[in-house]
Write a protein that binds this ligand. Structure first.
Ligand code: TNX
Length: 753
C-alpha cells in the first residue's frame, strides 16, 4: 500500500477532530487491557496522570504509571525537547499506535497532551463513560505527526451577564481540551456585573476607593430576563470569583494546556464599575449618576451607554490597581481590555483612552488585546486586535503597519450565542443563525481581506450570555460549534472539508454524552449510536437491573420507555437512528427473555440533548451468583454483560417519618435602599426546578434550585422604588411558596456589611 493510499484509508476509517496534519493507517490494532501500563518519561508524569484519569473509570483497569518500559502493551509518553519527530512546532506531537504499543512523542508537555487527546479519539466513544463498561478497547494502528495551524485556539465565555461557577467553567475547560483548544477568554466584567474579587491590598495610599465594593455590589447583579427570551424566564445568575477561586481556575486550565485570558472591558461596558465606585463617576462618565452619586444598575442587554471618564485621574489610579491585581493572577501574556461598543464617547477621547490603557498593560509587563474598535488607536508590535465586526481596514492597517496580531472572531462564523436556527430557544440572531457546518466552512486567512496569514494569531469562538443561564445551557450553545472552531484553528486548510468533517462528527455526540456534556444534537450530523455492556454488582432484592449503556444522540424514548426513537418536533433533534430501537434481555438464569426499558437521567427538552440511556429491566434473581446476561437490540446488535448477585443484607428499618420541608425565604437585610440588590436564600423547594420570583405580587422572572432544593435570589430593587414595605415572594409550580417582607428606605446601605 502506498502512503497516499494509507492516508486516504485513514480519512474514511478514523473519526479524528481536529483532523491531524499527517495520518497514516497501518496494520493491526492496539488493545488496552488490564495489564497495560503507562510509561511516563521525565516531565510526562502530569500528562500521563490526566490520561490515566480519563481511561480508568470506564475501563476499570489500574493503568499504573511507571518510569520504565518493561514489557509490551504499554502506552509510552515521551517529552524529549530535541525530538525531531514532533516537528518544529512546540505544540506538535507524533503518535504511533502498533499492535504492541502506543508511543506519544513531543517536545513539550502541551504536545504530549494533544497526542493523548488524539489517542482517546482512536478508542470507542464510550471509553469516556464515568462508570465501568465492557470493552474491548481497541485502537487502530496509525502513524500520526501533527501540529496546529494557529497558536490561539480559543473559546470565550461571558460570566458577566450571567455567572458560571468555577466548577461550571472547569466543565467547559474539560471539553475544550479534548479538541486541543488552548485559550479560554473570560469576559469578567460588563455593564451588568463584576465577577472578579479586587481587594484593597497594595492600593495607592491616597486612593480613596474601596475596591471590595466591586464584588459586594456588582457581584450581586446580573442580567434580568432578556427580551429575546431566557429559558423559563430565568434571571441572570449573579456571583463572583474570589482571588483564590480564580487562581485555582487558572491552574486547572493550565494543567490542561489552556491559558486563561482575562478581560476587563473598558472604557465602555463599565456600568457595573460605575454603579459600585462613586469616585469614578465624574464629568464625562456615562451614564450620569443618580442622586446617590453612582450610575444606576444596568440589567438589560443594551450596549453602548456606559463610558469611563478619560480625564478623571481616579480612572487611571483605579484601573492601574485593578489591572495589576489581575496581572498578578494571570499566567499568560495577554490582558484583554475590551474597548468595544463605546457609542457615546468622543472618538478623540476614546483613542486617548485606549493609548493610556495599552501603556498601562505594557507597564505591567503584558501584551494588550482589545476588540477591533481599538485598532484605530496606538498599539504596539505583539499586541492583538480581536476582530469581531464592522470596519476591517483599521485591523488590516494595524497588522501591517504596527505588526499587531489578529484574533479572528468574525461574528457570523464564530459567535456561539447566535441561534442554530430560528426555533432555538436560547440565543440572539443579529449575526445570523447556523449549525456546525456554517461554523466550520470558512477560512481565517480569507475572512479579513488584505490580512496576511502571518498576522493571524488564531480564532476564537465567543459565547455572550444575555440569554444563557448555567453551564448546561452554555454547553448547548457552545458544542458542537466550538468543535468545528477547534478544527478551523488546528487543521491545515487544504485538508479541511465540511462533508468529511460532518462524517467525523458522527461518533462525537456519543463521546460527549458519555462525559455528561450537553450539546445541540442537530440535524446536520448523522449521529452514530453506541451500545456497550455495563457490568453490575447488585443485591438480591434490587428491583431493576441495568445491563448496558446506550448512547443515541437525537433520540427520546416512547412513553413506556421500551423503545428509543428519533426525537420529533423538537429543536434538539438529530437524524439518527432512523428506526426505533427496542430490545430484549436474557438474564442468563434460565428465565424467559424480557423487554428492555431505556432510562435517562433527565427528560429531553429543546435545550437538553439527553439520549444516554441505561438499558435494563425489572428482574428478580432467585439465588446469588454470577450471571452472564445478554441484550439483543432490534437493530441486530447484541451485547453481553455480567451481573454479580449478592445475598441481600438485613434491611435497615425505616422509621417511616420522612421530613417534609416547607419552603422558606430568608432575606439578608430587612431594610434596603432603592437601586440596590436584595439577597435572599430560598430553601425547601423541589430540587432542580424553576421557582417564580414576584415583587409586590408582580412576576419578575424565575430562579433555578440546586440539588438540595435551595437557591440564592438576587432581586433588583429598582431606582426610585417608593419607600415603605414591599414583599418578595417565591412560587413554585408544584404549589410550594414562601415570602419575605422588606422595607425600602433611602438611608439603608447599598453594600452588604
Ligand atoms: C456584541 S461582540 C458585543 C457584546 C454583546 C454581543 C451579543 C462585542 C465585542 N460586543 O457586548 O454581548 O454583541 O451577541
Amino acid at each position: 500500500m502506498t502512503t497516499a493510499q494509507r492516508s486516504l484509508d485513514a480519512k474514511s476509517a478514523l473519526a479524528l477532530v481536529p483532523w491531524p496534519a499527517n495520518v497514516e493507517l497501518t496494520d493491526g490494532e492496539f488493545t488496552l487491557t488490564d495489564t497495560t501500563v503507562i510509561v511516563a518519561y521525565p516531565e510526562a508524569a502530569d500528562v500521563a496522570e490526566l490520561l490515566a484519569a480519563r481511561l480508568r473509570p470506564a475501563t476499570g483497569f489500574p493503568l499504573p504509571i511507571v518510569r520504565e518500559q518493561t514489557g509490551e502493551q504499554a502506552i509510552a509518553i515521551d517529552i524529549a525537547p530535541d525530538a525531531r519527530a514532533a516537528g518544529p512546532s512546540a505544540e506538535g506531537y507524533a503518535l504511533q499506535v502498533t499492535p504492541t504499543e502506543v508511543r506519544v512523542t513531543a517536545t513539550t508537555a502541551a504536545g504530549a497532551f494533544y497526542g493523548t487527546q488524539t489517542l482517546m479519539q482512536l478508542f470507542p466513544p464510550l471509553i469516556e463513560a464515568s462508570n465501568r463498561v465492557l470493552g474491548p478497547w481497541v485502537a487502530p494502528a496509525v502513524t500520526i505527526s501533527d501540529a496546529p495551524r494557529f497558536s490561539h485556539r480559543s473559546v470565550q465565555v461571558d460570566v458577566a451577564r450571567s455567572f458560571l461557577t468555577p466548577e461550571e467553567v472547569k466543565k467547559v475547560i474539560d471539553t475544550m481540551a479534548m479538541f486541543k483548544q488552548n485559550r479560554l477568554h473570560l469576559h469578567l466584567t460588563d455593564d451588568q456585573g463584576w465577577r472578579i474579587q479586587i481587594t484593597n491590598d497594595g492600593k495607592h495610599p491616597n486612593d480613596p476607593v474601596d475596591y471590595t465594593r466591586l464584588t459586594d455590589i456588582s457581584g450581586k447583579s446580573a442580567m434580568l430576563i432578556d427580551e429575546n427570551g431566557s429559558w423559563q424566564q430565568e434571571l441572570g445568575r449573579h456571583g463572583y470569583y474570589t482571588q483564590a477561586e480564580y487562581r485555582d481556575l487558572v491552574a486547572y486550565a493550565a494543567a490542561r494546556h489552556i491559558v486563561v485570558i482575562p478581560e476587563i472591558d473598558v472604557p465602555g461596558h463599565t456600568n457595573a464599575l460605575l454603579h459600585a465606585i462613586p469616585e469614578l463617576n465624574s464629568e464625562k462618565s456615562l451614564p450620569r449618576p443618580t442622586r446617590y452619586g453612582t450610575a444606576a444598575e444596568q440589567n438589560d442587554g443594551n450596549v453602548g451607554r456606559s463610558a469611563l471618564d478619560v480625564d478623571n485621574p481616579q480612572t487611571w489610579v483605579s484601573l492601574r490597581h485593578i489591572f495589576s491585581q489581575l496581572a498578578d493572577m494571570t499566567s499568560g501574556e495577554y490582558l484583554h481590555m475590551g474597548g468595544d461598543e463605546v457609542k457615546e464617547m468622543a472618538s478623540a477621547d476614546f483613542e486617548r483612552f485606549i493609548k493610556k490603557a495599552t501603556d498601562l498593560i505594557h507597564d505591567l509587563g503584558f501584551k494588550a488585546m482589545g476588540w477591533n474598535e481599538v485598532a484605530v488607536a496606538e498599539l504596539n508590535s505583539g499586541d492583538s486586535v480581536h476582530y469581531w465586526t464592522g470596519d476591517k481596514s483599521a485591523t488590516v492597517d494595524a497588522a501591517r503597519t504596527k505588526d499587531v496580531g489578529v484574533v479572528v472572531s468574525q461574528a457570523d462564523c464564530t459567535y456561539l450565542d447566535m441561534k442554530y436556527d430560528e426555533s432555538t430557544p436560547l440565543g440572539l440572531t443579529w449575526a445570523g443563525t447556523g449549525d456546525v457546518d456554517k461554523y466550520y466552512d470558512w477560512d481565517p486567512a480569507t475572512v479579513i481581506e488584505g490580512l496576511d496569514e502571518q498576522h493571524i494569531v488564531g480564532v476564537e469562538a465567543v459565547t455572550w450570555a444575555e440569554t444563557i443561564r448555567g453551564v448546561s445551557q452554555a454547553e448547548f450553545m457552545i458544542f458542537p460549534r466550538a468543535i468545528a472552531q477547534a478544527e478551523v484553528g488546528w487543521s491545515p486548510q487544504h485538508l479541511r472539508n465540511v462533508d468529511d468533517f460532518l462524517r467525523r462528527m458522527a461518533p462525537i455526540g456519543a463521546r460527549l454524552q458519555a462525559r455528561g456534556t450537553n450539546f445541540y444534537d442537530g440535524p446536520r450530523v448523522q449521529w452514530d449510536t453506541f451500545v456497550i455492556g455495563s457490568p453490575q454488582q447488585i443485591v438480591m432484592d434490587e428491583e431493576r437491573v441495568d445491563i448496558a449503556l446506550l448512547a443515541a444522540p437525537g433520540t427520546e424514548t416512547t412513553a413506556d420507555q421500551t423503545a428509543v426513537m428519533p426525537a420529533e418536533g423538537n429543536m434538539a433533534a438529530g437524524r439518527a437512528p432512523q428506526e426505533p430501537i427496542s430490545g430484549t434481555i436474557n438474564f442468563g438464569d434460565g428465565s424467559e427473555p424480557v423487554v428492555a426499558t431505556f432510562l435517562t437521567e433527565r427528560p429531553r427538552d429543546s435545550i437538553h440533548a439527553t439520549g444516554l440511556y441505561r438499558v435494563g429491566a425489572a428482574h428478580h434473581f432467585s439465588k446469588p451468583g454470577r450471571y452472564d446476561v445478554q441484550l439483543q437490540l432490534s437493530d441486530g446488535r447484541r451485547v453481553a454483560s455480567q451481573v454479580e448477585v449478592q445475598a441481600a443484607p438485613a434491611r435497615a428499618e425505616s422509621d417511616g417519618t420522612s421530613a417534609v420541608e416547607t419552603p422558606t425565604l430568608e432575606i439578608e437585610h430587612s431594610h434596603v435602599r432603592d437601586d440596590s440588590r436584595l439577597l435572599a436564600r430560598a430553601c425547601g423547594f423541589m430540587p432542580h426546578s424553576f421557582v417564580d420570583v414576584l415583587w409586590d405580587e408582580k412576576p419578575v422572572g424565575a430562579v433555578f434550585t440546586n440539588a438540595h432544593g435551595t437557591t440564592e435570589v438576587s432581586h433588583y430593587v429598582a431606582y426610585e422604588t417608593p419607600e415603605g414595605e414591599h414583599v418578595l415572594q417565591l412560587h413554585s409550580s408544584n404549589g410550594g411558596a414562601a415570602e419575605a417582607r422588606v422595607t425600602v428606605n433611602a438611608s439603608a446601605s447599598q453594600a452588604s456589611a
